[in-house]
Design a protein around this ligand. Structure first.
Ligand SMILES: [Zn+2]
Length: 273
């Protein structure tokens, strides 16, 4: 069940409340049945899975791991931001992960590239975009929209922390996987950790082998679902990602402590078992 006692619907912007209720209802019926669910299949796809690495050019962990996965008929992967990757920069012209679905006629590199990538998405059933952070966050999954199939896709990964992180305002542009159904992001931090690379490889190997299997409420065991609701601009406390804290009587879970020069993002936990 969603823990409504700790989760105030007012923390959700008005324009997300209907989608959130639908999501919540689907999760509740999922938890109350033994039914097996399967990831959706579209007609006319080339392969099932598309992985993206280095959507941000200075986050190489995805590419490092993807190039070591033995090729098979189930997946392809793409070096998403080739130019920024070569320059070891987050982006060349604009942040690609804020500017999807892009514009194929744009002179801005990432706007054009985002449009090329989003066009590719229809050739695949599932899109998984792999990022890397500076913060010591470990591995976690980001859902960028309130679509239940995104959660089902997330549950096929052996990653306990799932973060619902929606744009603060309704805009036409946003993260790449907002335009893939289902599509999710995996965040890995710190991005230069050799240990994390090994764990990520194991997790992707398992996923590529097992993603067709049925999904049921047992897949939610040990999973935590969080909701990002705000930002702490300045911070002098010692904060740890995903470890509950209280500042000025406000209880929250920190995310990406010290990333982007801010204190951290603030999350509330909406589901755990
Ligand atoms: Zn990133």
């Amino acid at each position: 069940m969603f823990r409504e006692n700790v989760f105030n619907l007012n923390q959700i912007p008005q324009f997300y409340q209907k989608d959130f209720s639908n999501f919540q209802n689907k999760l509740n019926s999922f938890l109350n049945s033994n039914d097996q669910h399967f990831l959706p299949q579209k007609n006319g796809t080339k392969k099932d899975i598309l992985f993206l690495g280095a959507t941000h050019g200075d986050e190489k962990i995805g590419v490092d791991v993807l190039q070591t996965l033995p090729a098979n008929k189930n997946f392809d992967w793409i070096l998403a931001n080739e130019k920024a990757f070569a320059a070891n920069k987050r982006f060349i012209d604009v942040d690609m992960n804020r500017n999807a679905p892009g514009n194929i006629n744009s002179e801005l590199y990432e706007e054009k590239r985002a449009a090329e990538l989003v066009r590719q998405f229809k050739n695949y059933n599932y899109v998984v975009d792999i990022h890397g952070s500076v913060a010591n966050s470990g591995l976690f999954i980001i859902l960028t929209k309130l679509v239940f199939d995104d959660l089902l896709l997330a549950l096929q990964f052996d990653i306990p922390n799932i973060v619902i992180w929606l744009p603060k305002e309704q805009k036409a542009t946003g993260p790449l996987v907002q335009f893939a159904n289902p599509g999710i992001e995996i965040e890995c931090g710190p991005k230069d950790s050799e240990k994390l690379r090994i764990i990520l490889k194991q997790i992707l190997d398992d996923f590529v082998t097992n993603y067709c299997k049925g999904i049921d409420k047992n897949n939610l065991k040990n999973k935590n679902i969080f909701w990002v609701y705000g930002k702490l601009e300045n911070n002098k406390e010692k904060l740890v990602d995903f470890q509950k804290t209280v500042i000025n009587d406000e209880e929250f879970y920190p995310l990406l402590v010290g990333e982007y020069g801010i204190g951290c993002y603030k999350m509330t936990k909406v589901f755990w078992q």
